[in-house]
Ligand binder design. Sequence first.
Ligand code: SF4
Length: 383
Amino acid sequence: MWIKIIRPDAVLVWRDPEVSRRLKWYRSVMLSRSPAKFMIVRSLKAPDNFRELSEKELWRIHDELHLEAEEKIKENFEKGINEEKLKPAEPSYLDVKIELSKRILKRCRFCEWRCEVDRTKGQKGVCRLTDKVYVASFFHHHGEEAPLIGTEGQGGSGTIFFVSCNFNCIFCQNWDISHPREKLESAGIEVDAKKLALIARKLRVDGAANINYVGGEPTPNLRAIIESLKYLDVNVPILWNSNMYLTIESMKLLLDLVDIWLPDFKYWSNECARRLSNVRGKIGYREAVTRNLLLAAEHGDMIIRHLVLPNHLECDTKPILKWISENLRDKVLVNIMDQYRPDYLVLAHPEKYPDIARSLTTEEIQEAYRYADELGIVYRPIS
Ligand code: SF4
């Protein structure tokens, strides 16, 4: 028997004027008062010969259409779905994005590792994925932040968990899908773009407030995710739940497709990012993530997550909160997460990682909240 779970805070949260203001586009799509951005993107006509163009020329067309999409997104706020005006164009701006994502996959530059391997020929980079996509599970997630699980009548966040990750966090709680001990394919089922669209459709039809792409990490699967939007025939907000170590190219592909960003801002110190998550790509963790957060917040709604780690208040938590207060304080919501528990490699070898081999103390949690209050960061109503 299907039991509908209603979390009272999922309704009450929208009474907070700051939540409603900062997430106004997302809420409007969630309630189908506005079309999701992907519907607008695929309604814009692209040149018929776009597949014959060089990557450089394709980006020029992409960037021109991006400006058009931005205008149309503004126009469509709270206008409801106009089937006629949103009829998919053939070929469309979305087709240009799909083509670009296929070319990136051939010399993979989806994330800042920039492995440049040809994944279409079976080559693998740091994430160990070829061009195959594996979904570990998908379901209506009722444990996400209050604005993400829907108001009355909706059934949680429609979360799709992808296998594999471009990070290797030694405390990962999803290590069985991020870094399965056996082959990657043993941790999920293989899907293509059409199957991914069917999964998203089913989640929305069954009441999901949004489609929440997560993992592991969704970034290595960008080509299939973008292509799936060509086949998705329901209006639903697209939520990007990510470590945000994306390249500028991936960001450009996503900026006018994502309705709400859910970035995980883990570290301020690049040394912590290297030691605890093995982030050693072409540019530093902090440089990539802060750049991408600024870009994303300029183009969409956002809830930033930060998991407080024991003994990392001074090197990570406080500078992160300070940066948010100086750069994004009036634009985003923040979820300061206090549920850290040792897991994965930390649990197996606590002697190797003594700084994070325990849970947080009450003093550490309170100090993180006190500091956020002092900076005027909005975080309390959503978690
Ligand atoms: S997604 Fe990132 S880690 Fe994976 S192959 Fe591409 S650049 Fe490398």
